[in-house]
Design a protein around this ligand. Structure first.
Ligand code: ARG
Length: 244
């Protein structure tokens, strides 16, 4: 008897849930990101804004879906795409051979570089000077991967890029390896920091989808092409990155 009642209850609740989420309402497009990466994604009040957020919105419009942004640790972004918890990962994600084993990437929508942030007057003036140093990175990023190859370096991994920068300000690390645009933002926001002239590597950002999800991937690629051809992508970039 008890069992029958609870089965009924579950059925009723499920039905309610369907009504609540709105059967026939717009379907959702879930974006996984780590909103600690200005100007690509960051918090502004209770909103997540930035270049990637706007590109995602344009894709959602194209697909005719409601965009839902899920903020998580950077090293969970690709996993959530792989397991299907999110439909797409947009997080200033660099295309790498390793990542291509686990997800599919769209056509690139931006180029980037890994750069080195140091304190003004630092003895580190080229990537070669990083040997044997304490280096701060954001966990799981390409900066983390490159730092790993530096001879005798000690790598400190932080959950947020900004935390690595704070560690640098407090002399807990000698340098931070991070993507060039966030680097510029962090250096602008903090007195006494500079970016080493010589970049570390060049990379391309793209959108990750679950392996084999060509249906969504094609739509994303179409949307990126439209954004590029119409000049809208450049407009978005110009809104967030001011020419020097
Ligand atoms: N481009 C680097 C990578 O793909 C860093 C990306 C960090 N993105 C972020 N939203 N925190 O590993």
């Amino acid at each position: 008897m008890k069992k029958a009642v609870s089965v009924l209850l579950i059925a009723a609740m499920t039905a309610l849930l369907f009504v609540g989420t709105g059967c026939g309402k717009q379907k959702q497009l879930i974006m996984a990101t780590n909103a600690e990466f200005p100007p690509y994604e960051y918090h502004e009040g209770d909103k997540i804004v930035g270049i990637d957020a706007e590109i995602a919105q344009a894709i959602a419009d194209e697909v005719g879906a409601e965009l839902v942004i899920e903020d998580m640790a950077f090293d969970s972004v690709l996993a959530s795409v792989q397991t299907g918890k999110a439909d797409m990962g947009i997080a200033g994600l660099t295309i790498t051979e390793d990542r291509l084993q686990n997800v599919d990437f769209s056509t690139p929508y931006a180029t980037a570089a890994q750069v080195i942030i140091v304190k003004e007057g630092s003895s580190i003036t080229t990537p070669d000077d990083l040997a044997g140093k304490n280096i701060g990175v954001q966990l799981g990023t390409t900066g983390d991967i490159y730092a790993d190859d530096i001879e005798d370096a000690n790598i400190e991994r932080y959950n947020k890029g900004f935390e690595a920068v704070q560690a640098l300000l407090q002399d807990k690390v000698d340098a931070v390896i991070i993507d060039n645009e966030p680097a510029k933002v962090f250096v602008d926001q903090n007195e006494g920091l500079i970016i080493v002239d010589e970049a570390f590597t060049y990379e391309e950002y793209a959108i990750a989808v679950k392996k084999g999800n060509t249906e969504l991937l094609n739509k994303i690629n179409d949307a990126i092409k439209k954004l590029q051809d119409s000049g809208k992508l450049q407009e978005i970039v110009d809104k967030y990155i001011k020419a020097e």
